[in-house]
Ligand binder design. Structure first.
Ligand code: UDP
Length: 408
């Protein structure tokens, strides 16, 4: 295949990570040339997994590793069940009836029939396509990449899913604290962002103005914003309550920008439930517009990500990369990214969120200083080449019988 000049290459990251890191990546990938890899998940857009895969697959191909990305298809009731599973893995109850299992298993069986997987490596993302492994004779190692915070997982559901999980050759979780009692080896990869994407690249003031005008977002007062899928675990209501208190002390505009992923049937309901809260200074937008995400994360005085559970929270890294201070829920991956009081604030209640909103809006120097440190920490840890390298190490450590050797 010819090289496309417009696509981002590993080399483009040199300016951020230096030539040695790039050289290391070439070396690590040299043994993996022409490997054929496939990723499977359940949505092309909306949510962190799609965000990661769209950029990551291009970089793998740049390194000579033939990497593809496929999506499973399912009926609305399938996605309603898998969303319930997602919620239960984050701690909700679930009525795991035989009917639910039957739909889940048969839709995945159909997908397995449609997808002919004879790749050297198969990477399955999250619980939706997990049982696909049942239906193939493996030609290479299969990895299950779970992006969810499973520390409070529902036990009954976990026991049911475990029959599939333990058929995999490796499990990748986001943080070590998500580790489970499994026969399968577990690895821990923290995700990362693509600094060149429309969502993260530099924008001029004019480009930002244009996005704000297009969506009729007022620019006259400091902006506090949360950019997130409409999902109750992201606690948009808590953000609105915190903002209502904060604005008694500081004038500001709140923007909640969200989208709805195709594999998330609850999204619209959550969005609609918030609409009554709209007013002149509380703007709630459901849009799929990456440049708008960029403009808001860049221009906001404060970004909030008040999640109650969060596997990682790419939105946090995205805002930090733009030098914007983030107030994040003290959970999961957010607390790995934010060092409280240094490069952002961690909060555990609406009251704390209000307090930090007021403090940051009042103190421009603090915002600038936190933003500067935030950007630095993303540069050091959370750019996509770091994530890519972990996969290269994993691929390089699979032995001929698909077990992992020399990785740990
Ligand atoms: N996102 C977006 N538009 C929106 C809201 C979110 O493009 O209106 C993106 C966001 O920028 C991020 C991803 O969706 O890249 C969300 O990933 P995250 O890890 O924060 O959460 P998830 O949705 O996977 O739970």
């Amino acid at each position: 295949m010819t090289k496309n000049q417009d696509l981002i290459t590993v080399e483009d990251y040199k300016q951020f990570v230096g030539p040695e890191k790039i050289e290391q990546l070439y070396q690590k990938s040299s043994r993996l040339q022409d490997l054929h890899v496939v990723n499977i998940n359940s949505t092309y857009y909306g949510g962190g997994v799609a965000e990661l895969l769209s950029s990551l697959c291009i970089l793998f191909n740049d390194l000579g590793i033939k990497t593809g990305w496929r999506i499973i298809q399912g009926s609305p009731d399938f996605f309603s069940i898998t969303k319930k599973m997602h919620n239960a893995l984050q701690g909700d109850e679930i009525n795991l009836s035989d009917r639910k299992k039957e739909i889940y298993e048969s839709v995945i069986h159909e997908n397995a029939v449609r997808n002919h997987l004879d790749h050297d490596m198969v990477i399955i993302h999250d619980p939706q396509p997990l049982p696909m492994i049942e239906h193939y004779r493996k030609r290479g190692p299969w990895t299950w990449r779970c992006h969810i915070d499973i520390t409070n997982r529902n036990k009954e559901l976990w026991e049911y899913l475990k029959q599939y999980i333990e058929k995999y050759d490796a499990v990748i979780l986001t943080l070590e604290e998500y580790k489970q009692d499994l026969r399968t080896p577990q690895l821990f990869f923290e995700p990362a962002i693509d600094p060149f994407s429309i969502k993260n690249k530099d924008l001029t003031e004019k480009e930002m103005d244009e996005r704000f005008e297009h969506h009729k977002i007022p620019n006259d007062l400091p902006i506090i914003a949360q950019v997130s899928r409409f999902d109750r675990w992201k606690d948009p209501e808590g953000v609105i309550r915190a903002f209502r208190e904060a604005r008694k002390e500081v004038p500001a505009t709140l923007v909640l920008l969200g989208n709805v992923a195709t594999d998330d049937p609850e999204g619209n309901e959550v969005y609609e439930s918030l609409l009554d809260c709209q007013e002149e200074r509380i703007i709630i937008l459901s849009q799929q517009d990456s440049a708008l995400v960029n403009a808001i994360q860049r221009r906001a005085a404060v970004i909030v990500q008040k999640s109650l559970r969060e596997g990682f929270g790419l939105t946090v890294a995205e805002a930090m990369w733009k030098g914007t201070p983030v107030i994040g829920g003290n959970v999961g991956g957010i607390r790995r990214q934010i060092k409280d009081g240094e490069n952002g604030f961690l909060v555990s209640s609406v009251e704390e969120t209000t307090e930090r909103m007021v403090q940051l809006i009042k103190d421009e120097n603090l915002r600038r200083e936190m933003g500067r440190k935030a950007r630095k920490s993303v540069e050091q840890k959370y750019l996509l080449v770091h994530y890519l390298e972990k996969y290269l190490d994993l691929f390089g450590s699979f032995s001929t019988n698909f077990s992992i050797q020399n990785y740990f």
